[in-house]
Write a protein that binds this ligand. Sequence first.
Ligand code: ACO
Length: 325
Amino acid sequence: MQTCQILGSGHAVPHRILTNADLEQMVDTSDAWIIERSGIRQRHIAEPGSSLSDLAADAVKQALERAATSADEIDLIIVATVSADMKFPAMACLLQEKIGATKAAAFDISAACAGFIYGLHLAKSLMQTCAYQRVVVVAAEMLSSMVNWTDRNTCVLFGDGAGAVVLGPAEGNSGILSTTIHSDGNHSKLLYNPAGSQHVLTPEDLNNNFATINMQGREVFRHAVASMTAALNEALELAGLSAEDLDFIIPHQANNRIIEAIAKRFKVPPGKLIVNVERFGNTSAASIPIALNEAIQNGTIKKGATVGMTTFGAGLTWAGAVIKI
Ligand code: ACO
């Protein structure tokens, strides 16, 4: 069976930065509280009216260049997002047009913060069964478009961004060694945005912040730590490896305390843990590919490194992967 590897990666974030000091002017919060509870110091927030597919296109173009791949070679584009430009068509189709990937099939998947690893799982399976040679997996989110900016419980946590990888057939030791995905709809009300076909939006909904993120933070935290631990353990087992074999762990960048809890469970020394949540906040599905690309570009993660990734999000969804760069 054909296996696949990452040939190139890229990421993009909006230029505008929203600091904790800025948030102090908007809601009853403080820099000290946000840092203590989440580790976040700033996040990148898109200008109103800007397009997430533009950000995704920027990330993909970088990934294509690093993979020495032209857009017309792409067989498939998978976009993981819950904040696409439009309800339809799929953002993957809008992105296809922007990058000129004329022969690709393109679709979106919705797995919230777990979307990137869901995308890798799907891409790996389709490369095996359909013999695709070049697949782009993009995770892009503009959660600022659905944050209730008067709710201090949630508005301090999220940021916007996009990360992308280009996958091709594996060569040598490199490759996606394992992926695992899970979900549990019993807990869908812990984290959700109710806007959708079940409730046609009214003018009052706009004033009442109806179409925004609802979250039970404490419960989400508890599930996140347990699920992310289980997902990475399962991915390691599928790859026939143990935690000591990993050179790096990239956890979903939701919150420093969740990341520290994961590090403790896997006994990860600080140098092995990739963390950038303080600069980007929680960019949902985009958090892992942004962290991965940053670490590759700044020389932290080098060719031959074995990397564990684990994530968790609304659904509930959770997923893990082990890759060799
Ligand atoms: N500034 C100041 N005070 C605040 C803020 C804020 N921004 N937000 C909440 N508070 C207050 C609350 O109102 C509450 O006050 P009260 O005791 O007077 O009622 C107090 O702080 C404690 O609130 P908790 O919600 O219990 O605080 P907690 O320690 O759980 O921290 C947090 C909240 C940061 C949201 C935490 O629960 C968390 O990180 N949960 C995980 C959520 C998450 O990461 N979600 C992202 C999506 S899912 C994912 O990506 C993993």
